[in-house]
Design a protein around this ligand. Structure first.
Ligand SMILES: Nc1ncnc2c1ncn2[C@@H]1O[C@H](COP(=O)(O)OP(=O)(O)OP(=O)(O)O)[C@@H](O)[C@H]1O
Ligand SMILES: [Mg+2]
Length: 141
């Protein structure tokens, strides 16, 4: 495991980064996104979807925990676990089928369910930078 720090100057940088990440994604890739409210987890997820050539509009899955998109190069399973009370809820929705399946999983707020995240998860922690639009990514790949 290696920690890499990547600076985003603006939202366009986030979009490029997400597209590139998606191009390198393979079946079973799990990407965990952490960081404060409004840090840009959903924005990055949308860019990943774009990189997977998914045309659907990506909306936050907060109330249903996971949303599936099947029209791209690989299936995308977009989780937002902010409102998950405990990991049993994750097992109830069949999270293992997603995590160890053939698609790409993106999990917003994955730190809340860290104990059940796969070993080879790609972790990205997003922090605000000094200026508006700046973000600092700490990536553990
Ligand atoms: N470099 C950037 N990367 C991502 N988003 C940015 C950036 N600069 C500005 N933004 C803005 O910050 C906001 C990020 O909101 P977003 O919904 O993606 O955050 P989030 O981390 O998913 O929040 P939540 O915790 O509520 O799910 C958007 O309004 C977006 O336009
Ligand atoms: Mg979000």
């Amino acid at each position: 495991m290696e920690e890499k720090i990547i600076y985003m100057k603006n939202e366009a940088d986030t979009v490029s980064f997400g597209i590139e990440l998606a191009k390198n994604a393979a079946p079973g890739t799990v990407i965990a996104l952490t960081g404060d409210l409004g840090a840009g987890k959903t924005t990055l997820t949308k860019s990943i979807a774009k990189g997977l050539e998914i045309d659907d509009i990506i909306t936050s899955p907060t109330f249903n925990i996971v949303k599936e998109y099947d029209t791209g190069r690989l299936p995308l399973y977009h989780f937002d676990v902010y409102r998950v009370g405990d990991v049993d809820e994750m097992y109830e929705i069949g999270c293992e089928e997603y995590f160890y399946g053939e698609g790409v999983c993106v999990v917003e707020w994955a730190d809340l369910i860290e104990e059940i995240m796969p070993e080879d998860t790609l972790w990205i922690n997003i922090e605000y930078g000094e200026k508006e639009g700046e973000r600092i990514y700490k990536c553990t790949f």
